[in-house]
Design a binder for this molecule. Structure first.
Ligand SMILES: [Zn+2]
Ligand SMILES: [Zn+2]
Length: 380
């Protein structure tokens, strides 16, 4: 096996130099591309940059073969190039490397070309969803892919989304190319959320990077259906902190019973407090989740029954561990959730309205303060 000098450096200089088995010689353009990129950064007077390297997927498969021959001292070519590029660019241009830098240098190895784009922005926040019938992320009609057809009544989508309500005003203000919302879990389309669910909005290729976040928050709230609170700039790495975190939540659930339910029944519901539930993946989500049994604890449950309220209805306040399926805790999902409100009362019970009223996510504020400190340290 022969490698070019670049791929060989990544592989501990172990191979003979020649016609490159991994990249076919494309990586040899790296230093020339760095020179191009330096000129672009200097011309733009950029203070910070991030990089993105696009390489042929074949390289990865082929370097596995090289790894088989030499495990020690080897690194993936992509990592090696990223390191070499960021170090050389900071040195030559005087700009600092930063994952959320003001511009992004794209190294496209299929064309041997370099392109300078606007950098991405990352905005943390907590959203409230005041109206049911909104999905969390964009839900494009699969039939027409957003163009509009009879299937979606010409709208190109099934639901309006929280992502668009927040993303569109931000995109406009930032003069950005696009956005993606990364959230910590999600509520059902028909559920509301007054707790504020943590998210990070990734804003791609943002021309305007000094946004008035308070003004944006007010603009988003004007619709009356979605609010975005606690907005703050964060680093790219915060996306993972938010999406990988799982928090206990409190819910307010309106329940309808098959028959009259009196004080004795309400007492029985209270016995669910502290109980460990066995929840087999609900039938309604089985098509997208692995079918397994989860153990989730009900931390607190209380019945809030107004005087004169229908004896076939009640309001439950439930605090449960992250990942508890509340509708199934009430209905029992044909025996797939045990115990359940329905099972305890030996009659059908159905959740008719669900609201997330609390999310125990204070941990994120601690992380965010740490994040702000590192961001400041980087600027200094
Ligand atoms: Zn090579
Ligand atoms: Zn359609």
């Amino acid at each position: 096996m022969q490698l070019c000098s670049m791929c060989n450096l990544a592989n501990g200089d172990h191979f003979e130099e020649g016609e490159c088995y991994i990249c076919g010689g494309a990586a040899l353009k790296t230093d020339a591309m760095i020179a191009q990129a330096t000129a672009l950064l200097l011309e733009k007077k950029a203070k910070s940059f991030s990089i993105s390297t696009n390489i042929d997927k074949e390289w990865l498969a082929k370097e596995e073969r090289a790894f088989d021959q030499r495990m020690r001292g080897a690194e993936s070519v992509k990592n090696f190039l990223n390191r070499r590029i960021s170090a050389a660019l900071s040195k030559a241009s005087g700009a600092g490397y930063c994952a959320e830098g003001e511009c992004k240098v794209v190294f496209d190895y299929s064309k041997g070309a370099v392109e300078l784009r606007e950098g991405d922005l990352f905005i943390f926040g907590r959203y409230c969803k005041r109206a049911a019938g909104l999905s969390q992320s964009r839900w494009t009609c699969p039939k027409c892919e957003g163009k509009g057809c009879s299937n979606c009544q010409g709208k190109g989508k099934y639901y309006e989304s929280v992502e668009e309500r927040i993303g569109e005003p931000v995109k406009k203000a930032a003069q950005a190319q696009g956005y993606t919302m990364h959230a910590s879990g999600r509520e059902d389309v028909d559920a509301t959320n007054s707790a504020g669910r943590p998210f990070v909005l990734e804003v791609n290729a943002a021309k305007n990077r000094t946004l008035d976040l308070d003004a944006l928050s007010a603009e988003i709230a004007a619709s009356g259906e979605v609010e975005a609170l606690d907005l703050a700039f964060v680093s790219r790495s915060f996306v993972e902190v938010v999406t990988e975190s799982h928090f206990d939540k409190t819910y307010r659930a309106e329940v309808e019973f098959e028959k009259d339910a009196g004080d004795a029944e309400m007492m029985r519901i209270r016995t669910l407090e502290g109980v460990m539930l066995l929840q087999q993946t609900p039938t309604r989500v089985a098509h997208r989740r692995a079918d397994l049994i989860r153990h989730r604890r009900v931390k607190h449950i209380e019945v809030a029954r107004a005087e004169g309220q229908d004896s076939r209805a009640a309001t439950l306040i439930i605090q449960a561990e992250a990942g508890t399926y509340i509708k199934e805790l009430i209905s029992g999902d044909n025996g797939r959730t045990n115990p359940s409100v329905s099972g305890l009362l030996s009659m059908k019970a159905k959740c008719t309205r669900l609201e997330v009223t609390g999310i125990d996510d204070g941990y994120l504020d601690l992380c965010r303060n740490g994040d702000a400190n590192t961001a400041n340290a980087r600027k200094r």
